[in-house]
Design a protein around this ligand. Structure first.
Ligand SMILES: NC(=O)c1ccc[n+]([C@@H]2O[C@H](COP(=O)([O-])OP(=O)(O)OC[C@H]3O[C@@H](n4cnc5c(N)ncnc54)[C@H](O)[C@@H]3O)[C@@H](O)[C@H]2O)c1
Length: 438
């Protein structure tokens, strides 16, 4: 089949590469010509393990082409997948303007029957509205069918997730379009759920919101464990042994971030309100997440006030919202650095995806320094704050660190370390809910 994927971001590029690997002819289309130029040369504009190799292979086959000539790509295709961003507006609702502009491009270039599938995460009701919008714009409703096809891949394991999806959800009213989508994904479809548009849209929001709820739940347990002298990592382990609960998304820490959970929880709250329904659980999930990093910051400030002279030098380990991605969108580490800036003389960032200050939100802030090594970041530092559990941080020699830091204090924002081992190395360990009083 000939398939155009509109939007060459994390989702669109992965999807285009995977569909090319399934032997389709794929156009990866984007309005960002600089991004397209990079992708044409096999350069990934973001970090995603394994994707660069498969991208290079697929480009070589000639089955995968990146282009900013979106109209021509649409005209040459049987299926158009939309994978443009749907960022949050200031009021928490999803901004669907990129989706609308992609729909306009499709409407004025359509030249025959196409299946249009929305992979972007869009509020409940969007596909129904879009079908009507496209019908009016195109003038001939028989020229297209619309399918809601929410995406569930995770940054950091996007390729694995795409080749081994837990489920494929297809929402729509046209059997012809659903069948074409099934054919396109055929070897990858394990568990398939065919629904109406609204249900497919809500499955995506409900899934992300539920995972965010698990994270805020275990973070609340960490708060309780902290006061009670219990170890939240063992609490999570014990809970996870129950198959009804499972172990995933029960890692307490500084809170969730990224381009999906924060915006999707906010958007679902907004949808609930629009529909006149309360969203008490989700509002609390968000509130717990918003305040979680404050608890770590408070512990750090209290520890520093007693031992180190202001203004402090703090090493911040990890800026991305999780490991194995370069995505800093809504990363709790960003909020932490923002809050530390007032009391610090220097904040030293160490992250394997950050080489220059221009890759941080503070390109002109002289207090923010980008480091290349652990030693550079820790030398005469007053504390280290682990924000992202990149593998490189798991193997730090904290005995060595204790010798080169001014005041050896470690805030473990991801429960990466064993508190006893860190303390034995001569470093004061600060965590939340790690048993005993630090
Ligand atoms: N990133 C994830 O892990 C993930 C996972 C599941 C679902 N999603 C959802 O998928 C969607 C895309 O997310 P992403 O992270 O890949 O976004 P992204 O910001 O990385 O990429 C979006 C791309 O769309 C392009 N674009 C915008 N308007 C366009 C237009 N009119 N025509 C062509 N290209 C256009 C942009 O230039 C950009 O390259 C969002 O709705 C997101 O919520 C994301």
């Amino acid at each position: 089949m000939n398939i155009t994927v509109i939007g060459s971001g994390y989702v669109g590029t992965t999807t285009a590469v995977v569909l090319a690997a399934l032997h389709h002819r794929v156009f990866g289309a984007d309005i960002d010509s600089a991004k397209v130029a990079k992708l044409k040369q096999g350069i990934l504009p973001f970090v995603e393990p394994g994707l660069d190799q498969l991208l290079a292979e697929m480009l070589k086959t000639g089955r995968l082409v990146f282009t900013d000539q979106i109209e021509a790509a649409i005209q040459a295709s049987d299926i158009i997948l939309i994978a443009v961003g749907t960022p949050p507006r200031p009021d928490g609702t999803a901004d669907i303007s990129f989706l609308m502009s992609a729909a306009d491009t499709i409407a004025h270039s359509i030249n025959g029957y196409k299946v249009i599938a929305v992979k972007s995460t869009v509020p409940v009701g969007t596909n129904r509205w879009l079908a009507d919008y496209l019908s009016r714009k195109i003038g001939d409703p028989s020229l297209f069918d619309l399918v809601s096809n929410p995406e569930f891949l995770r940054e950091g394991s996007a390729l694995y997730d795409s080749f081994h999806p837990d489920r494929t959800v297809l929402g729509g009213i046209s059997q012809r379009a659903i069948q074409l989508m099934k054919d396109a994904y055929k070897p990858l479809i394990g568990r398939l759920l065919v629904t109406d548009w609204e249900t497919a849209e809500l499955i995506k929001y409900a899934s992300n919101s539920f995972l965010a709820t698990k994270i805020s739940f275990i973070n609340e347990m960490a708060r309780i464990a902290d006061r009670a002298g219990a170890d939240v990592t063992q609490v999570a382990k014990g809970m996870g042994m129950d198959r009804r609960i499972g172990t995933e998304f029960l890692q307490a820490g500084i809170g969730y971030g990224g381009s999906c959970f924060p915006k999707d929880v906010k958007a679902l709250i907004a949808t609930a309100k629009e529909l006149g329904v309360g969203a008490e659980i989700l509002e609390t999930v968000e509130r717990v997440n918003q305040t979680q990093s404050d608890l770590y910051l408070r512990k750090l400030t209290e520890a520093l006030r007693g031992t180190a002279k202001e203004p402090w030098v703090i090493a911040v380990f990890g800026l991305t919202f999780k490991r194995d991605t370069d995505d800093q969108r809504e990363s709790p580490a960003i909020r932490i650095v923002e809050q530390l800036l007032a009391d610090c003389q220097e904040i030293r960032i160490l992250d394997p995806t950050v080489e220059f200050p221009s890759q941080t939100p503070w390109p002109d802030e002289r207090k923010v320094v980008v480091c290349q090594t652990v030693e550079e970041a820790l030398s005469a530092a007053d504390a280290a704050f682990l924000c992202t559990d990149w593998e490189m941080f798991a193997t730090i020699d904290w005995g060595e660190a204790a010798r080169c830091m001014r005041t050896p204090i470690l805030v473990d924002g991801r429960n990466l370390y064993d508190p006893e081992t860190i303390r034995a190395a001569g470093v004061r360990y600060l965590g939340l809910g790690r048993g005993g009083v630090p």
